[in-house]
Design a protein around this ligand. Structure first.
Ligand SMILES: Cc1ncc(COP(=O)(O)O)c(C=O)c1O
Length: 440
């Protein structure tokens, strides 16, 4: 077997000219373009959640690149997050509690509603980036029964908590460490690796599509080789619990083709990183304040140079340089070896057109936990209504009400919306909220 078994099978099938009397309805006739290669789980094509053939073979090859038990997701990290939490919660079905840093992606909250676990959040000192110390995790683990610790690393701004000592604490207390590594698949290929599995996480998700050359939706669920909680044998069932029974073979081929790329990815990354470092040094020398320690993210504290992050993003976009995310304070650009030297020059040029100005000193409102009125599950499954922010005082938040990016909750569903929360929503440009219909 080659190292791209899924691609090989689909190509051979497309070339065979078979009469397609199976799904999908396009029958391989191009409309958008890729239809000839878009198949379903026909004979020989294996089945994602009962994989014993070409899909399992491809997952095993991916596992050798990541040093883990690796499983494919054609539905992003969002699916993997629900799956890993389902496995953690099954260790303590009654009254399961998960200890988490508050900068979770909203999928974590949806998982809480679907699985019925109670999230317990560490105190937060920020929005998209929060500090998480081993001592804070240990203090909480000493106090209570948790079925998992759940961290987002890297976060949206490119900060990476120091996972190794936190993983050591989790091991000491016999609690699995789950990591949302959606933004960090490439961290495996740095030297040394900064991938969560190498730093002691028990299980993590990587969105291949966010940082590696893969189609949107392509993701991995990785279980550590030592698999002390028996996650690997349950991973497929947990993914199947939430996944579509018609996974996209285009996305599976993308993951399969990626295996071949990963063989030389460390070299590609090593050749690209000095260019990013040079770009960052040029911007820093020109007075821009950079944030985070993720090598492929360029996060700028725009306020320090006198601009709202959104204004800086608009300036870049007007010049054909499209960032990933911006808010009042920050601008985030995501880079990869697929970016050309010209792309990097255009970033420098666009920044160079803007003069440094006196800093904007308005800090984001503090992140305090709101009064909890309902559980996350009760709130998310309640009857809801959407109101303008100005009418939401004292109501109970029903939906995170934040879009993607960054899809990180400003207030947790089930918490009461107080003046501080309203100020935070306003700061981040959220104009309407989904609240529970009954004012509690
Ligand atoms: C931190 C984080 N986790 C999870 C996700 C969900 O990943 P996916 O889009 O692969 O489902 C995102 C998406 O942006 C994210 O930013």
């Amino acid at each position: 077997m080659t190292d791209t078994p899924i691609c090989d099978f689909v190509r051979a099938y497309a070339a065979s000219g078979a009469a397609r009397l199976h799904m999908p309805g396009h029958k391989g006739v191009p409309l958008l373009g890729p239809e000839p290669f878009d198949i379903t789980e026909i004979d020989g094509a294996d089945a994602l959640y009962e994989a014993h053939g070409i899909i399992r073979a491809s997952e095993r090859i991916a596992g050798t690149h990541f040093g883990a038990h690796t499983f494919f997701s054609a539905e992003g990290s969002s699916l993997c997050i629900r799956a890993m939490l389902a496995m953690a919660v099954s260790r303590a079905p009654a009254g399961a509690r998960v200890l988490a840093a508050r900068n979770v992606h909203k999928t974590f909250l949806y998982a809480a509603a679907l699985l019925g676990f109670e999230p317990v959040f560490l105190p937060a000192d920020g929005y998209l980036s929060v500090s998480v110390s081993p001592a804070a995790v240990e203090k909480m683990l000493r106090q209570g029964d948790f079925c998992a610790v759940y961290l987002t690393a890297p976060d949206y701004l490119g900060q990476i908590p120091d996972l190794a000592p936190i993983a050591a604490v989790c091991r000491r207390y016999g609690v699995p460490l789950l990591v949302d590594n959606a933004h960090g698949a490439y961290l495996k290929f740095l030297s040394p690796s900064l991938h969560p599995i190498d730093l002691g996480a028990d299980i993590c998700c990587d969105s291949a599509h966010k940082t590696l050359p893969a189609l949107t939706g392509a993701a991995y669920l990785h279980v550590a080789k030592d698999d002390r909680y028996g996650f690997a044998e349950n991973a497929k069932d947990a993914l199947a619990l939430f996944g579509s029974t018609s996974p996209s073979y285009l996305i599976l081929q993308s993951l399969d083709r990626l295996n071949a790329v990963l063989k030389t990815y460390p070299e590609q990354l090593a050749a690209f990183l000095p260019k990013v470092e040079a770009l960052k040094s040029t911007l820093a020398a020109a007075g821009w304040t950079l944030f985070g320690r993720e090598p492929l993210k360029l996060t700028v504290d725009a306020n320090a140079s006198g601009y709202p992050g959104t204004a800086l993003a608009k300036h870049l976009a007007d010049g054909g340089v499209m960032p990933e995310y911006s808010d009042q304070k920050y601008l985030v650009c995501m880079l990869s070896p697929q970016n050309s030297d010209r792309d990097l020059c255009r970033i420098t040029d666009r920044f160079g057109e803007l003069p440094q100005k006196p800093p904007i000193r308005t800090a984001p409102p503090p992140f305090l936990a709101g009064e909890r009125v309902l559980s996350v599950r009760e709130a998310l499954l309640s009857k809801k209504t959407r109101l303008p922010l100005s009418d939401c005082r004292s109501r109970v938040l029903a939906e995170p009400s934040v879009g993607c990016p960054p899809a990180v909750p400003i207030l947790i569903p089930g918490e009461r919306i107080d003046d501080e929360a309203i100020a935070r929503f306003r700061f981040y440009g959220v104009g309407t909220l989904s609240v529970t219909e009954n004012a509690e």
